[in-house]
Design a protein around this ligand. Structure first.
Ligand code: NAD
Ligand code: TDX
Length: 339
């Protein structure tokens, strides 16, 4: 069995990655190291082949816990663990510095100590800042890092430490930078699941500013596949942008969700804009396509339909979150109570 160490595997993308890896292989064993913060959910791990999935509850900032869980000569560390929500980073940035920066450094040190063969760091397009409205400019791997939110700044800082571990100590590293993911099991604080959950409950859909911000959406399983290929085929020290060439205005995403659910557009409510709100993300993914032989497989309409169906069929999953600490978060964030 080949051992891989995954951090943040109880979250949205990490859990999708583990489901995919275990379904598509027979010789890989996963150690899933996750602190189970508000965003980590053991329900996301249901249905995994338990003989090849070992869950360890732990914080990536805890050096001893990481060293205890990380097997010597593991094939790879895949670092998904992070504080991942921009709005929360605007309210309070310290947790983002701790987990996203310090936690990454702890993992890099542990990977060297355990002689791990490759360190795959999951970063984001947001480290490159914002593109002008409706321009023909795109993020490439050569775009400068210009993070605008505390979240993006912490992810950019983490990338620098990953690079430094390679340049200084020769650790084999690969960084992936993906755009906005959507799909099953995404925590409802993020745009798409928030709008689906609110629409299903006939609640207002809060759209920031003029709704004309652009995000480049990718189905989570396509992202997961690209990460695996970056591990298998990526060149050491390289960065790979991942995107499905699918730019959408936020307002169009929200209207599409309402239409697919058969709900009225009158549920849309324009609210105050996010501070420092990035206008447009758009990814040039040619390097991943040519060097990794990767291509997204899920078309936007199909992906959105599948995603909505998952939330309709898993209302218990959504309701358990909406009835927990998320309820207070929502009230503070949006000044409105969930039903
Ligand atoms: P998520 O918030 O759904 O999950 C994060 C997971 O990390 C949770 O399971 C949480 O319990 C765990 N975690 C948090 N702090 C931890 C700590 N200190 N120690 C151990 N575990 C901890 O996030 P996601 O959307 O799945 O994102 C995963 C990664 O992908 C993140 O690094 C994020 O920056 C990156 N990313 C996300 C997107 C997106 O659209 N969601 C896009 C590009 C990149
Ligand atoms: O209630 C909302 N209303 C709204 O208009 C929310 C939650 C969001 N929005 C807007 C803000 C953004 O323009 O929707 C867009 C998407 O917002 P988020 O889902 O919060 O994602 P974003 O800020 O773009 O960041 C995401 O993509 C990159 C992920 O959360 C990050 O983890 C990832 O790195």
């Amino acid at each position: 069995m080949k051992k891989i160490f995954i951090t943040g595997g109880a979250g949205f993308i990490g859990s999708a990655f583990i489901h995919q890896i275990l379904e598509e292989s027979s010789d890989i064993e996963v150690i899933n190291f996750d602190a189970l913060t508000y965003a980590g959910n053991p329900e996301n791990l249901k249905g995994l082949d338990e003989t090849r999935h070992k869950f360890v509850k732990g914080d990536i900032c805890d050096k001893d816990a990481v060293l205890n869980a990380l097997p010597a000569d593991a094939e790879a560390v895949f670092n998904f663990a992070a504080e991942s929500h921009v709005d929360r980073s605007i309210t309070s940035a310290s947790e983002f510095v701790t987990t996203n920066v310090l936690g990454t450094q702890v993992l890099l040190d542990a990977a060297r100590a355990r002689n791990v063969k490759r360190f795959v760091h999951i970063s984001t397009d947001e480290v490159m800042g914002s593109l002008p409205d409706e321009s023909n400019l795109y993020f490439t791997e050569l775009s400068p890092l210009k993070p605008n939110s505390p979240y993006a700044a912490s992810k950019a800082a983490a990338e620098h430490f990953v690079r430094a571990a390679r340049e200084t100590f020769g650790l084999d590293t690969v960084i992936t930078r993906c755009g906005n993911n959507y799909g099953p099991r995404q925590f409802p604080e993020k745009l798409i699941p928030l709008m689906i959950a609110n629409a299903m409950n006939d609640e207002a859909l809060p759209v920031y500013g003029d709704g004309r911000n652009v995000r480049d959406w990718i189905y989570v399983e396509d992202h997961a596949r690209a990460i695996w290929l970056a591990f298998e085929r990526g060149k050491s020290g390289e960065v790979y942008n991942i995107g499905a060439r699918n730019e959408q205005f936020n307002i169009d995403v929200v209207k599409a969700i309402l239409d697919l659910l058969g709900k009225p557009h009158s549920l849309i409510k324009f609210v105050a804009d996010r501070l420092g709100h990035d206008r447009r993300y758009a990814i040039e993914a040619e390097k991943s396509e040519t060097e990794l032989g990767w291509k997204p497989q899920t078309d936007w309409e199909d992906g959105l339909r599948k995603t909505i169906r998952w939330y309709q069929e898993n209302q218990d999953w959504v309701e358990r979150i909406r009835n927990g600490a998320y309820r207070d978060y929502y009230k503070k964030m949006y000044g409105a109570s969930l039903k």
